[in-house]
Design a protein around this ligand. Structure first.
Ligand SMILES: Cc1cc2nc3c(=O)[nH]c(=O)nc-3n(C[C@H](O)[C@H](O)[C@H](O)COP(=O)(O)OP(=O)(O)OC[C@H]3O[C@@H](n4cnc5c(N)ncnc54)[C@H](O)[C@@H]3O)c2cc1C
Length: 428
């Protein structure tokens, strides 16, 4: 076989791409595969925090996965990722309190590695793939696919493939959209999550001692998401609109127990927005909200203390230097004190604030005046393509998987999607 010809090319070394690669090599050890990534190391959740959830439906879009299928794939995923499931305590107490308010606390199996250990895991997995015979090309960006000629153009060369699995994650949103436009694949992009990230002292959200990443589901499609604690930091991610304008979304992660504690907790409160008639692009709506926040925040995300928010006034520098009530510093420094209520659409803010009050009733403390609310946290769901089979095939021998294509919303489901696409190829 010529050097530039592969049985399967996998674009993206996130969990979706890795899951697919391991499964292809497991079923057919002599298969010739190439993994491509435009970065030097995978950039998604494996690299950032690496919390792994092993209970359906967390991370699994329910229109593509039923419980039975997801459970089967989660079992296979576990064999690759070998998680150390964390214990939980006092769950019944929290559940009873939540139920009284019409809130659900979902009990799930979780493992947490931490950002530092996530990096080691990725390097180990990549080495294993190379030992099994896979070619891995980092810092190489996939650009275009010619479906008829079965050619993939990258920023470095032209490659031929029998099958291609495209798993570029949420960051590859625009790349995926351009591929789907070129390949004439229909897709929908009408779902987004918009919300805030809360940061507080551990003592005001002690549930994390009992349950690392508690999943509360509130009315009005609001939920807690991605809780980090003890060595936890809020971070900002930069995005660019299609017109080249920058905007930001906050996020959070934590280091492993090998690092020093900072005594903080952060988590997102997200509201899912489902755009219907007249149908608009979720991506474009999110971009407008991101730009508005960046405008009001002077080119940065906005942060506000709960104490200021409750009094209906903006936070200013004093709100972050006062060492009486407001006595912890934000872990994200590059952020502007301001008024989140000026930037968040009213319906979204009302739903989130109501949910925060419910959460404060279940676990008293979160509404302490010092708690910080960062805005915006934006999760673009995906450009969900129209699949032509159950294994995420979008065109003959072309597969799209992972968070970018909407087959997952988390590490484990992304990995499971990879296995499912690989099985689809191997069934051929
Ligand atoms: C800061 C942060 C923290 C997160 N924490 C968690 C967590 O703790 N737990 C959890 O379950 N989920 C977490 N997530 C979500 C998680 O990232 C995703 O669910 C998961 O990584 C999706 O996997 P994926 O393989 O689809 O995409 P990704 O993991 O995003 O991987 C896609 C890869 O494709 C590469 N790529 C993109 N375009 C191209 C191209 N054109 N050519 C070549 N390569 C390309 C990217 O560089 C990237 O490495 C987090 C996300 C972020 C951003």
């Amino acid at each position: 076989m010529p050097a530039d010809m592969y049985d399967c090319i996998i674009i993206g070394t996130g969990p979706a791409g890795l899951g697919a690669s391991f499964q292809l090599l497991k079923i057919k050890p002599d298969i010739r595969i190439l993994l491509l990534d435009k970065q030097t190391i995978s950039t998604g959740g494996l690299r950032n925090d690496c919390k792994m959830n092993f209970t359906y439906p967390i991370g699994f879009p329910e229109d593509l996965w039923d419980k039975k299928t997801a459970d089967e794939y989660l079992n296979s995923t576990k064999q690759y990722l070998k998680p150390r499931i964390m214990s939980k305590a006092n769950i019944r107490t929290y559940m009873t309190r939540a139920e009284k308010l019409g809130v659900r606390l979902i009990k799930i199996e979780q493992a947490h590695l931490g950002t530092d250990k996530g990096k080691k895991l990725i390097n180990k997995l990549i080495s294993e793939l190379k030992e099994k015979g896979a070619d891995v090309a980092l810092k190489e960006e996939a650009l275009q696919i010619d479906e008829q000629k079965r050619i993939l153009k990258t920023n470095k060369r032209t490659l031929k493939f029998q099958y291609v699995i495209i798993a570029p994650g949420r960051g590859g949103f625009r790349f995926l959209q351009s591929l789907m436009d070129n390949l004439n694949i229909s897709y929908v992009d009408n779902l987004i999550d918009i919300g805030i990230r809360i940061e507080t002292r551990l003592q005001f959200y002690p549930i994390v001692e009992d349950y690392y990443d508690p999943k509360f589901i509130f009315p009005n499609r609001v939920r807690t998401f991605c809780t980090n604690s003890k060595r936890a930091y809020v971070v900002k991610e930069k995005y660019t609109t299609k017109y080249g304008k920058p905007y930001y979304s906050v996020n959070g992660h934590a280091f492993s127990e090998e690092k020093k504690e900072n005594g903080l907790v952060n988590f997102a409160m997200l509201k899912t927005v489902h755009l219907t008639q007249p149908l608009a692009s979720g991506q474009e709506f999110a971009e407008i909200l991101g730009l508005q926040a960046a405008l009001l925040g002077g080119g940065k995300p906005i942060m506000q203390r709960v104490g200021d928010f409750r009094l209906g006034k903006r936070s200013n520098t004093d709100s972050f230097t006062d060492n009486d009530l407001y006595n912890f510093e934000p872990s994200l420094k590059n952020c502007s004190p301001g008024d989140i209520s000026l930037a968040i659409p009213a319906r979204i803010l009302r739903a989130i604030w109501r949910s925060m009050k419910m959460l404060d009733t279940i676990i008293p403390g979160i509404l302490h005046p010092s708690t910080i609310m960062y805005y915006p946290e934006i999760k673009l769901y995906a450009n969900k393509p129209e699949f032509i089979d159950d294994n995420f095939q979008v065109k003959q021998d072309i597969y799209m998987i992972g968070d970018g294509a909407g087959t997952s919303r988390g590490i484990t489901a992304a990995w499971a999607s990879g296995i499912r696409a690989a099985n689809g190829i191997m069934q051929k």
